[in-house]
Design a protein around this ligand. Sequence first.
Ligand code: EPU
Length: 417
Amino acid sequence: MDRLLIEGGIPLNGEVYVSGAKNAALPILCAALLTEETLTVSNVPHLRDVTTMLTLLGQMGVQISVDEKRSIQLTAANVVHPEATYEMVKTMRASVLVLGPLVARLGQARVSLPGGCAIGLRPVDQHLKGLQAMGASISMEQGYMVARADRLKGARIRLDLVTVTGTENLMMAATLARGTSILENAAKEPEVVDLAQCLIAMGARISGAGTDVITIEGVERLHAASHQVMPDRIETGTFLVAAAATGGSVRVTGARPETLTAVLEKLRETGVRIETGSDWIQVQASGVLKAVNFSTAPYPDFPTDMQAQFMVLNTVAQGQGIAKETIFENRFMHVQELCRLGAHIEVQGNKAITHGVPHLEGASVMATDLRASASLVIAGLVARGTTTVDRIYHLDRGYEAIEEKLSRIGARIRRVH
Ligand code: EPU
């Protein structure tokens, strides 16, 4: 099993380019199921989750090819197995994103019910509630959600809570429904907007994506299109926090600053200097960092996917900082590992309270999920001496070429087998 060896204590400096967004690419690849014509997707990050999604789509019968510019062409002319097996859903929860498109286009889908995962229970009741409102019949058969419908019909659906993939699944399903659907309390995440733009390019009639009410007027069929995946705002934020925490100066290019407003605001509050251009963000740390309080919430508020990384910054900042997690029940798995590096953190319910220390010390730590892994890498870059991060397969799910990118901005990091 691979691990990362990090020699910490070196400020990061230079320029790093951000990859396409994992959480936009995954639903967009699934959108290919909505048409028998070819969907071409560019700026798809090279990640394990993307490979898993392509395997899943390939298993169903989608024809997939990659051109010389690394654009992916997907043609779902013959979907022979409208199914996501337990093996696939267990490997990647986002597999559930095939449910909406399959039932909308083929009138049937068989998708394994996802279990709980490292960060929380993560049920999919809202996805199912929405599909039922559109006329699908859903039954549970041996751990599988089996959905059937002749043709979905438009419906007004009020989601009980804000769900990102739930909104995406229902938005995709509604594109081919008969009549108009209105999704209320929809997720406003930029990835939802990116998916909507792709669907619109395929001929869907969608308005309101990016607000909490999305209206979808169903059409008879969707057609071929090309779409470029948006830049990854969480990867962007991860580099910015790493630069700030190590006392460095880094410019992240190919980014979309307007998708990171809450994170940039909190970074400024720590005392670092932030400058932005249309497609770049520069962070420059000088002097002592101040610990800050933050609370995760749906977009446009502070993203839960940045909570673990930002907490590292607080561990070496002056004073007390409180990180409150409101999205997932169990997203503090990194806390114990950070404490092994000398951080002072106490967990009280959904709050993690950090008391800043002058420095962290290298140690062996173990990654538990994707964003926790990213936080341990940042902590390793901050800590004096050597840190070994184990189980980095989590990291490979969501960060493209992370050690190469970090090396280019001065990190001493290498992968060992
Ligand atoms: N929820 C329900 N019922 C549902 C759906 C969600 O109770 O039917 C709950 C969840 O248990 C959670 C909350 O609602 O407590 C929000 O979950 P959401 O559905 O928004 O999460 P998700 O769609 O499964 C996506 C991202 C996650 C990210 C969350 C929150 C993708 C593929 N995944 O997950 O990304 O943390 O939104 O922003 O888009 C990651 O990239 O590391 C990651 C975990």
